[in-house]
Design a protein around this ligand. Structure first.
Ligand code: NDP
Length: 449
């Protein structure tokens, strides 16, 4: 990047940081986008004149609310609820809810910001949003989770709707939580409508929605590999996390003939050199989704290694898929991956790599699929769930999977279109510019609002 552009990025970031102090993850997400976009905006002055960059970093609306609830002992607990309605230029706000003790305004703003570009990349008409709470579902009874989610929805219902804002799941919000949220919305509004995605299949959900993010991350990796005449077949994969995204990334990678050798949770990682096959994955799903246990139990059951307090990036692999959380691969770990021969990183999680780690991937010219492109399959199928709800019709598993696969291929093509630099494909630049253009053009068409 030339010095002139670098100076413009720094000036822009200085203003963002001054306006949003201590929101470090938000600064990080904006910096990554602005670095790609500023040269493009300079070459296309209509975006500069309309101050699109200055506008996209300001949420259209931020909601912050009290969530009081009674625990099983009858004691009052108080959490904080949020919804960031970031950008509605190309459709209703769309993005997940996260329930995790680390949730704060800066984290949700980073996620909402990423969501705007990701949703645009899917080609579906969805704006960007994100929300959640600092509530920790871990260790809570089903009744406590229900009372909390009902209280959360008792405020949120005023601000959302199938044509306004359509939340979904994220960390700590799976089928159970979406069910409780939907039930409370329906009661308060007296209407059965597609206001949330990730619903159960019997009550308006879409087939393949649970699988979509993980499958999509693998489809994206496969597309990247194809550009080098290669495929997932025979590749050794390391995956972090053991939740929704990690589970289905494991399933699809295995189906494609790869061998997944690690999974993790916040306690540590397991290393199974034999590979996590279908039977072992069924055990992980039961352990995590039903028993809500720890991944260390896998190591006890199958007699493999468990590394407490560590992340799986020290294990030799061809393909790494971070599928747990933000900032889970640092510079040193990225270097370790490269030294061990890893040449594909496909991100199931949002912003899992620190900027220094991304610099290492770029320096080694590996196939690096950043989250907003590689994990867009989840929200894409959420968009398809919205379409099915509007149609009052359900597509088959094969139909949804085929549409998901095509969308991931299209996202890949967009990244190539905007990111190709000689022989090398800069997926960061490609995804950021590709996602930006549609939103920016819609904002210009809609005037200064
Ligand atoms: P889940 O809650 O199902 O699983 C999260 C997994 O990550 C768990 O194994 C959890 O371990 C681990 N984890 C969470 N926080 C941390 C942390 N701070 N340190 C270490 N491990 C952690 O969430 P999802 O699988 O849905 O989401 C995973 C990632 O994918 C997130 O970044 C999310 O934003 C992203 N994503 C999800 C989509 C979806 O459709 N669900 C769509 C697009 C992106 P533990 O149980 O110990 O907390």
């Amino acid at each position: 990047m030339s010095n002139v552009y670098e100076q413009k990025v720094n000036d822009f970031m200085a203003k963002v940081i001054a306006k949003n102090p201590s929101e470090t993850e938000f600064h990080q997400a904006v910096h990554e986008v602005v670095e790609s976009i500023i040269p493009y905006v300079e070459e296309n002055p209509q975006y500069k004149d309309a101050k699109i960059l200055e506008r996209v970093v300001e949420p259209e609306r931020v909601l912050l609310f009290r969530v009081p609830w009674l625990d099983d002992k009858g004691e009052v607990q108080v959490n904080r609820g949020f919804r960031i309605e970031m950008n509605s230029a190309i459709g209703p706000y769309k993005g997940g809810l996260r329930f995790h003790p680390t949730v704060n305004l800066g984290i949700l703003k980073f996620l909402a910001f990423e969501q705007v570009f990701k949703n645009s990349l899917t080609t579906l008409p969805m704006g960007g949003g994100k929300g959640g709470s600092d509530f920790d579902p871990k260790g809570k009874s089903d009744n406590e989770v229900m009372r909390f989610t009902q209280s959360f929805m008792s405020e949120l219902f005023r601000h959302i709707g199938p044509n306004t804002d359509v939340p979904a799941g994220d960390i700590g919000v799976g089928g159970r939580e979406i069910g409780f949220l939907f039930g409370q919305y329906k009661k308060l509004r007296n209407e059965f409508t597609g206001v949330l995605t990730g619903k159960g299949i019997e009550w308006g959900g879409s087939l393949i929605r649970p699988e979509a993010t993980g499958y999509g991350t693998v489809y994206f990796a496969e597309e990247m590999l194809k550009t080098r005449g290669d495929s997932m077949k025979g590749k050794v994969c390391t995956i972090s996390g053991s939740g929704n995204v990690a589970q289905y990334a494991t399933e699809k990678a295995t189906e494609f003939g790869a061998k997944v050798v690690t999974l993790s949770d916040s306690g540590g990682y397991i290393y199974d050199p034999e590979g996590i096959d279908a039977e072992k994955l069924a055990y992980v799903m039961e352990l995590k989704n039903v028993k809500r246990g720890r991944i260390s139990e896998y190591a006890e059951k199958y007699g493999c290694e468990y590394h407490p307090g560590k992340r799986p990036w020290e294990v030799k692999c061809d393909v790494a898929m971070p599928c747990a959380t933000q900032n889970e691969v640092n510079e040193e770990e990225a270097k370790m991956l490269m030294a061990n021969g890893c040449f594909v990183v496909s991100e199931g999680a949002n912003m899992p790599s620190y900027p220094e780690a991304i610099a290492v991937y770029m320096e080694h010219k590996i196939l690096y699929g950043l989250g907003k492109a590689a994990n867009a399959g989840g929200v894409a199928v959420s968009g398809l769930e919205m379409s099915q709800n509007s149609l009052r019709y359900g597509w088959t598993r094969e139909e949804v999977d085929a549409k998901l696969h095509q969308i991931m291929k299209d996202i890949h093509s967009t990244c190539v279109k905007y990111g190709k630099d000689g022989d090398y494909i800069d997926y960061v630049k490609g995804a950021n510019i590709g996602g930006f253009v549609k939103v920016a053009d819609a904002m210009i068409a809609q005037g200064v609002v």
